[in-house]
Design a protein around this ligand. Structure first.
Ligand SMILES: Cc1ncc(C[n+]2csc(CCOP(=O)(O)OP(=O)(O)O)c2C)c(N)n1
Ligand code: SF4
Length: 325
């Protein structure tokens, strides 16, 4: 029981955060209304500056660090598209060795790898799997999932949702957009038996901030899968990023949950979901979908949500430790 008591005992739910300097400076170059940079800012604010960040190539790296400038107020390394997890795990091992030799800081320094869905679920998955398996003590991996390769021109990834129009999964007379379902990265991460896996969404900002702090508090690798609304790639009005985040969770498309040493906790139960059409109609990438396509997606979304509920109910986390809804 102790292993999964730890994150909640250290970081309780809905803890308020002090106002103060953002760890990500203003002045970055993300698009207007970008929900991904909002998520990144909240994550970094929750962590402070006592950590080391490792960024794969992707929107957040491109927008925050055009040489010679950087918006990152902590040690930050930009690595190649495919190897954020490998580099972060090497840095983590180096900090441990220095600590043991008495040459490093006397406290644990989290090393946080940050990558997009392409950098995580596609090209970076081998490095990620290796890092999770090596069980680094202070290793956190954050996938900012904007559901396509955005900074290179909205190409599909294995996280692009079924039916979405991208430049490489176009909709038209012979095609309906993306033909595959989202790769279930949180389940893949959890299958490595690591102590902490969570999904998060910047529309639920305290939940998101507490989750990264829990990830930093536990000893062992942690994986966070973060919903990252992208007005540009999703063909959505810039003011709707947070609204799309709320709808994603309230329609069950992006459920909020944690996996604590293999035990599932749903953080926001959605017993009466909002109509899934509300989510689709604000995003141009879904505008070609027909009622039968939407009915198919709804059926599958509901069935996956029910699987999650079953997982959470079959092996429940003891009540005092479970998250609030
Ligand atoms: C080995 C390699 N292949 C391709 C590229 C070109 N490239 C850079 S970023 C990127 C897409 C990144 O997509 P994602 O990880 O989803 O991040 P996003 O831009 O959407 O935030 C690609 C294809 C590269 N830099 N290195
Ligand atoms: S393309 Fe999307 S994720 Fe990238 S900076 Fe623009 S809005 Fe943000």
């Amino acid at each position: 029981m102790k292993a999964y008591e730890t994150p909640y005992a250290k970081i309780p739910n809905n803890k308020a955060f002090p106002r103060g300097l953002d760890s990500l400076a203003s002045g970055h170059r993300a698009c207007q209304g970008c929900g991904e940079v909002l998520a990144l800012r909240l994550l970094l604010k929750a962590l402070g500056t006592d950590f080391i960040a490792v960024s794969a190539t992707g929107c957040m790296e491109v927008c925050t660090a055009p040489f010679p400038q950087s918006a990152w107020r902590m040690p930050w390394i930009h690595v190649a598209f495919e190897n954020a997890a490998a580099v972060a795990s090497g840095v983590e091992s180096a900090t441990q060795i220095l600590r043991k030799k008495g040459r490093g800081p006397d406290k644990r320094i989290p090393v946080v790898a940050i990558a997009g869905d392409g950098g995580t679920a596609d090209i970076g998955i081998q490095a990620l799997s290796g890092a999770l398996e090596r069980f680094h003590e202070n290793f956190i991996y954050v996938c900012l999932d904007n559901e396509a390769y955005m900074n290179t021109g909205i190409q599909r990834s294995s996280e692009t949702p079924f039916g979405a129009n991208t430049t490489t999964s176009p909709s038209g007379s012979h095609s309906k957009g993306q033909t595959t379902w989202k790769k279930d990265m949180p389940a893949i991460a959890a299958a490595h038996g690591i102590p902490y896996v969570a999904t998060a969404n910047p529309a639920y900002h305290l939940d998101l901030m507490n989750k990264i702090r829990r990830a930093a508090a536990i000893e062992g690798p942690a994986y966070l899968h973060v919903y990252a609304p992208c007005p540009t790639g999703w063909r959505m009005k810039p003011e709707l990023a947070v609204e799309s985040g709320r709808l994603a969770t309230m329609t069950r498309i992006f459920p909020l949950y944690e996996v604590l040493d293999g035990l599932y906790v749903i953080n926001k139960k959605v017993d009466s979901p909002k109509p899934i059409e509300d989510y689709f109609k604000i995003q141009g990438r879904f505008k070609h979908l027909k009622p039968e396509d939407i009915a198919y997606i709804k059926k599958r979304v509901d069935s996956e949500y029910e699987d999650l509920v079953r997982l959470a109910e079959t092996f429940p986390v003891p009540a005092p430790i479970a998250a609030e809804g």
